[in-house]
Design a binder for this molecule. Sequence first.
Ligand SMILES: [Zn+2]
Length: 123
Amino acid sequence: MPLPKKPKTAKQWAAEHAKTVSKDKATMVCAALETVKPFRHWFGWSGQGHKWDNLPATLQAKVPRIGAGIQEWGSANCAEIDAAVRAINKGANIDNLVFAAAEAAVGTLRKPCLNCAKWAKQG
Ligand SMILES: [Zn+2]
């Protein structure tokens, strides 16, 4: 019997998917991975036009509003937010998600901005 396939990490998902996204579509790509069964994953792209006021309540509870974060821009436009919104809309619990981001087209892993570092658990 073949060995069961080792599940991919958020970093692997992000790096792999980022390579398929061209720079004119997004700057950054983020993978959100469930840390509990069924270990689903979602991708998010930067620049998707999310507004803090429209974020799911469980995300609002964690994400600093513009002006309240360390960095002025807030994190609503970050790829991490897009990934989190997609995951939460499919029933994932924000507390069971880890995130990893990579640069579009090249797939190089990138640390989250200082705002996302406050709420997006890295995995
Ligand atoms: Zn960010």
